[in-house]
Design a protein around this ligand. Structure first.
Ligand code: PHE
Length: 399
């Protein structure tokens, strides 16, 4: 039932048009091309068109794959519930985890597909690239996963159904200081990621406030996405002799880094955020290096709540894998979108945006979702331990 998404034929047909109308930014003169604002589009009356911008390929592909799995499960449920009188048509765009592809995808969904609303993306830098275009065109864009503070500050049409880094950064600073009793931390930052830089700052501010010490400056230990050899960085970290490392990165680089750290005899705990939450992390780090590290995330498949367990079972049946955070966030995000659609009245983009923002006390797999006046969700986080057998639940932290 859940076949892979169709290859985007439409995107190929649309490309010459986009190029001709100047809608596609060329890499060379990115700053000189201004985005095109469309006239009030006529939206389909027969169906509800939802655009989805996710990384289906590239170094953060599991985020997109899990999200779309979750979204498809939600659509199945929505169709069965019959609360919506019109059918939802989902158009998935692969942004490859890249900001440029993300803004092109948002333009295409608005200008060619005439979407009612957009769900996505995952990496904050990707959502930050697409959101200004959605805002400018007054198209509701709701991210199930981007946690960087700036995302929803883009404007009134941009919202999220997850917590922010201002929250998860405090959760991990507290966990390091109070639960693990660590006091000398080094922070390793992915310089190419708004998420990593923002989360590093929150951790640093709060760990220091609690009496901990950050060794070196926040930009002393950095890397870039797609790096594969972290050994000289890790040797430098080892020489500084911290008792804990905070690494707010994405799973591909994190997995390799953990492996290389243990090979160099750097045996202290690494802490991270939701970006580690991927079925690929264990495989990349290997059974030894994965042990004894901790992350903050949105969801634990160990949660005893019967609705969570029902979701976990169904997901496993459909996809032969345990659901990670992104699967649960994608599922909840699509259900919140459908709930908003059912409350919106006449389905204009404006009404849909208002209905999304009015979401209150929605019971999701990832917690209770209420969107606040800054268009962020106030929700609990979980701390998980990474083990060779998967992520193990440690604690739940309420906002
Ligand atoms: N919060 C991350 C970001 O903003 C994305 C993410 C969410 C990754 C959930 C994995 C799981 O970049």
């Amino acid at each position: 039932m859940f076949k892979n998404r169709k290859v985007n034929l439409l995107a190929m047909i649309a490309l010459p048009f986009l190029l001709a109308t100047g809608c596609v930014k060329e890499k060379k003169n990115e700053t000189t091309t201004t985005p095109t604002t469309t006239k009030a589009a006529t939206l389909s009356n027969d169906e509800i068109v939802i655009g989805a911008v996710f990384p289906m390929t590239g170094p953060i592909a599991t985020y997109g794959q899990e999200s779309v799995n979750g979204i498809k499960m939600a659509l199945d449920k929505i169709n069965k519930d019959g609360k919506l009188t019109k059918k939802i048509k989902l158009i998935v765009e692969d942004n490859k985890g890249e900001p440029v592809d993300s803004s092109n995808a948002v333009r295409k969904l608005i200008n060619i597909d005439n979407v009612h609303a957009i769900i996505g993306s995952v990496a904050s830098s990707n959502t930050l690239a697409g959101a200004p275009i959605a805002q400018e065109n007054k198209v509701p864009m709701m991210t199930p996963a981007s946690t960087n503070e700036k995302v929803t500050q883009t404007g009134s049409f941009i919202s999220r159904t997850c917590f922010t880094d201002a929250f998860q950064g405090v959760v991990m600073a507290k966990f390091a200081k109070e639960t693990l009793s660590k006091s000398n931390a080094i922070i390793i930052v992915d310089n190419s990621s708004d998420y990593s830089k923002g989360l590093a700052k929150v951790f640093s501010d709060n760990f220091t406030k609690m009496g901990g010490k950050i060794l070196g400056a926040i930009d002393d230990y950095t890397y870039t996405q797609k790096d594969t050899d972290f050994r000289s960085l890790l040797r430098k970290v080892k020489r500084a002799n911290p008792d804990v490392i905070f690494l707010p990165g994405y799973y591909t680089e994190v997995g390799l880094m953990l492996k290389q750290a243990r090979q160099l005899g750097l045996n202290i705990p690494f802490l991270g955020g939701d970006g580690w939450d991927s079925p690929k992390l264990q495989e990349l780090a290997g059974p030894e290096a994965i042990k004894g590290n901790y992350i903050s995330s949105h969801f634990s498949p160990d949660d005893k709540d019967p609705t969570v367990q029902k979701f976990v079972k169904e997901y496993e049946t459909n996809f032969k894998q345990k659901p990670g955070a992104m699967a649960a966030l994608g599922y909840d995000g699509m259900l919140v979108m459908a709930d908003a659609l059912s409350r919106a009245g006449e389905l204009s983009r404006e009404n849909i945006a208002k209905a999304i923002i009015a979401t209150a006390n929605f019971t999701g797999i990832t917690g209770n979702i209420t969107i606040d006046s800054d268009r962020n969700a106030q929700k609990s986080a979980v701390v998980l331990e990474t083990t060779a057998a998967g992520m193990v639940f440690k604690q739940k932290v309420n906002p």
